[in-house]
Design a protein around this ligand. Structure first.
Ligand SMILES: [Zn+2]
Length: 535
């Protein structure tokens, strides 16, 4: 295949809007090929999008589906000759999730929170998501063995367990959610700072973060520890976030940072802590973050942060689902609507954008809505329009509650993202930080995952709403905004070694309700599994 005459944006190869032909053979970008020609004159050509943080598969996602029948009625999707039908506006079915991401030009998706005990469920749903490649992050911040080995200060055992757990869950990232807080939640409590005590283990969130960060580097895992900080969604929490960043000398990724960038000491005076956090991130080489942008729309909040979801339920009175994952984690699901006329929601909306605009280096920043927590991912085109166009952003700022202007610095920021920078925060940087060397770029040898858009700078939102073509592994899967083929993608995971020890065997037989033999995800769960190499 030849993609002819497109204007190419390929940041990893330093290509910034050059007219260039691309050649594809056997699913890869090559020097030269012939065959079918796609005329991309007047179109922009980007690598396929790489989603660094979303919630699309597994037990809590499915709880969200089961628990929100009203969400099924809002936007049903009919089947076509190629695609299956489905429902779910904020928590779509697996099939609709894949189709909708592909329409936006995304070809690789990362499910950001898999509880080890539910990893099979996560992979079953990931397998069901068509077209795209995918992977999942393994929850580790409240796991019995992790807390035990951190308490015992036994880094070797911790290292072995982390590696084994990644292998057992076929996961690719060490995910930490409210470290220690979810363990305390099992007893109706939480932690309030990174120095609080996790009751049954006599460790602190600080020790969990630093221990896992150290092991993460020693195992040479491709991605840094991926951290949902303590006190998420609480006024004044930017200080906890700053302390977490300060505590870790190794690489650390702060996820959906908007939810962790709050100043003020109550909801009545909630304000932005974005400037302070962005300054810290700008000063450090080891810190990256994703956006967690809030959208004024329906959302379904779902997180392993059980106590946080209980607070949200108490505050909103909306229905609430709590789930305990024995020995490991928890989860909560609460439907939510973000309202532009709410003083709190307006500040949240502004903070996400402030972070995006204040973190100077786009390679340290990633566009997300923490789907479906801040809102559905289908709103990405609108987020891009706010980032690329100050006028569009200011228009929105004027139309929402005045607190967005008075309690954040958004109105005073002039920066506008270029297309090159958008390509970084939606694909290139994510592929790089995940260690997916064959993704996020269009150099020779890269997977032929390509997104082609008709870009108009007077209608940025529309430009990114429906790709003109999406090519996955060298096959056209979308044309003129419609799915034309629906192949099966692959699942990535990281093998860093790790073995079962007698100690683990004994604890499993004593405390888990499943046998150790039934715990790991077998290879047949990954019909197209592929490893990401350690660094
Ligand atoms: Zn998340």
């Amino acid at each position: 295949m030849i993609i002819k005459n497109g204007t190419v944006y390929d940041p990893l190869n330093g290509i910034n809007g050059e007219k260039k032909d691309l050649f594809i053979k056997d699913g890869k970008i090559v020097e030269e090929a012939d065959g079918k020609e796609i005329d991309a004159s007047g179109l922009i050509v980007l690598p396929g999008g790489v989603e660094i943080h979303t919630h699309i598969a597994g037990s809590k996602v499915n709880l969200g589906r089961l628990f929100r029948p009203e969400d099924h009625r809002k936007d049903p999707v009919s089947r076509t000759g190629v695609t299956r039908g489905g429902v779910g506006y904020t928590v779509p079915t697996t099939f609709v999730t894949g189709y909708r991401y592909v329409k936006l030009g995304y070809t690789t998706l990362m499910e950001a929170a898999a509880p080890p005990l539910g990893a099979r469920h996560t992979h079953e749903e990931l397998n069901d998501i068509p077209i795209v490649d995918k992977g999942c992050y393994t929850l580790m911040g409240n796991n019995h063995f992790i807390l035990k080995y951190i308490k015992e200060k036994d880094l070797e055992k911790l290292k072995n367990f982390v590696a084994w757990l990644l292998k057992a869950t076929r996961g690719c990232v060490v995910k930490i959610v409210n470290p220690g807080g979810v363990e305390n939640w099992k007893w109706g409590r939480n932690v309030k700072s990174i120095n609080d005590r996790v009751d049954n283990y006599e460790v602190t969130p600080r020790e969990i973060l630093t221990g896992l960060a150290k092991v993460n580097e020693e195992l040479k895992l491709p991605h840094p520890i991926h951290v949902h900080c303590n006190n998420l969604g609480t006024p004044g929490n930017f200080e906890t976030t700053a302390e977490s960043i300060n505590a870790v000398k190794e690489r650390i990724h702060i996820t959906h940072i908007q939810f962790n960038s709050y100043a003020g000491d109550s909801w009545a005076n909630l304000a932005s802590g974005a400037a302070e956090l962005a300054k810290r991130i700008n000063q450090r080489e080891n810190v990256t973050c994703d956006m967690g942008q809030v959208i004024f729309d329906d959302a379904t909040t779902m997180t392993a942060d059980g106590p946080m979801q209980h607070s949200l339920y108490k505050m909103t009175g909306n229905k609430w689902y709590n789930s305990d994952v024995e020995m490991e984690e928890g989860a909560g699901v609460v439907p939510h609507v973000y309202n532009a006329k709410s003083s709190v929601n307006a500040v949240q909306w502004a903070i996400g954008l402030e972070m995006a605009l204040l973190v100077k280096d786009p390679w340290k920043f990633f566009m997300t809505t923490d789907h479906p927590n801040g809102g559905p991912f289908y709103h990405y085109p609108e987020v891009i329009s706010w980032l690329m166009n100050k006028q569009a952003r200011d228009q929105m700022l004027q139309s929402v509650h005045r607190t967005a202007s008075s309690r954040t610095g958004l109105g005073g920021i002039d920066r506008e993202y270029s297309l090159f920078e958008i390509a970084i925060i939606t694909r290139a940087a994510a592929a790089k930080l995940l260690g997916l060397g064959q993704k996020g770029h269009l150099g020779v040898g890269a997977d032929a995952d390509v997104a082609i858009y008709e870009f108009r700078d007077d209608d940025i939102k529309r430009s990114f709403s429906k790709a003109k073509y999406v090519i996955k592994d060298g096959k056209i899967v979308l044309k003129d905004g419609e799915i034309v083929e629906s192949p099966q993608g692959r699942t990535y995971w990281v093998n860093a070694g790790g073995e079962v020890t007698d100690e683990m065997r004994e604890a499993f037989s004593k405390y888990y309700t499943v046998a150790l033999e039934n715990y790991p995800v077998q290879d047949e769960y990954l019909p197209r599994g592929e490893m990401i190499p350690c660094r």
